[in-house]
Design a protein around this ligand. Structure first.
Ligand SMILES: [Mg+2]
Length: 131
């Protein structure tokens, strides 16, 4: 199952790589990274139909924000699940994300156990595009 992590903080890549080391090794999860909303959209456009099943996106990024990305992805690729990761447990952002079709809303510091539970429970690794 390919999961795309979108965050303007590059350390996040190392963090995810470490935290998901076992799942990556076991072939359960394949992570890819984008460091802006623009880069994320470019990746999806270059790989149509996208192989990404799920996106975990930061909200506060220069340029396209995570909430912008959510709405664009939901419009272009409704099958991709999008969850938000943010440093701010802001009510307005939460409501915007949930009404925009976000799957989950995680606050930093990232609870990787929770993310893994949600990804591995809900994500069907073998599934192609759903019915
Ligand atoms: Mg940020």
């Amino acid at each position: 199952m390919k999961v795309m992590v979108v965050d303007d903080e590059r350390d996040v890549e190392t963090l995810f790589r470490q935290q998901f080391r076992r799942e990556i090794k076991a072939g359960l999860i394949d992570l890819c990274y984008a460091f802006s909303g623009e880069e994320a959209l470019e990746y999806l456009r270059a790989n149509e139909p996208p192989d990404v099943v799920c996106i975990l996106s930061d909200i506060n990024m220069p340029g396209i924000t995570g909430l912008d990305l959510l709405s664009i992805v939901k419009e272009r690729y409704p099958n991709i699940k999008v969850s938000m990761i943010t440093a701010y447990g802001d009510d307005q952002n939460y409501l915007t994300a949930m009404s925009g079709g976000a799957e989950h809303y995680f606050t930093k510091p990232i609870d990787f156990a929770q993310i893994k539970r949600d990804l591995l429970q809900n994500g069907d690794a073998s599934a192609g595009p759903g019915p």
